[in-house]
Design a protein around this ligand. Sequence first.
Ligand SMILES: *[C@@H]1O[C@H](CO)[C@@H](O)[C@H](O)[C@H]1NC(C)=O
Length: 231
Amino acid sequence: MGNHFLATIALVALASSFAYASDPSPLQDFCVAINDPNDAVFVNGKFCKDPKLATADDFFFPPPNMPGLNIPGNTSNPLGSLVTQVNVEKIPGLNTLGISLARIDFGSYGLNPPHTHPRATEILVVLEGTLYVGFVTSNLNPGNRLFTKVLHAGDVFVFPEGLIHFQFNPENTNAIAFAGLSSQNPGVITIANAVFGSTPPISVDVLTKAFQVDNNVVENLQKQFWWDNNK
Ligand SMILES: *[C@@H]1O[C@H](CO)[C@@H](O)[C@H](O)[C@H]1NC(C)=O
């Protein structure tokens, strides 16, 4: 019993020394260093509330008079899908805990378009309907392999951290999925929106050479309205 206790203490000490052995992973896109704390907002993501002031509601969703995750998201938009994120912005108690959740609704033939989560692996379960899902590996060894699967209710699929992935409803009925993500703030980079819909736009010279097409194609793409299906 005593030995077990000491071994546990030693393990915890070891784990903490690993945890502090390198810089922490970012919890947001960036955190610009400043010297005047009066201008500071983020400390590794957020400040911590005094634990004495924390309440059960800090760990709860939805807020008063807001729909819970039992209510379908509105998929009447150009993509026919809506991602309802439940991250640290929605549940402050998630701060530093490395986890969050999303409900994804799909109308008929709805698409959650190619995107990445810069800070999270995703594990997705289909509750209703059918989804054609996939991800593409990074460039090397061997490069840009596509992994796909058709999922039905009850099926689970994993999208590894940072890789470009998508989910498409190939049927003329709704589909519902839930996803767990390994970050309090996974982030979303929707590929088309970031490349063709940035503010200000990326130079046409850059995009024509990158995509090996002529100016018209790039200018047409830049004129589209790039809907963000995350809320
Ligand atoms: C869903 O969104 C569409 C388009 O924004 C809107 O016209 C419609 O009223 C919304 N439906 C509901 C139930 O909120």
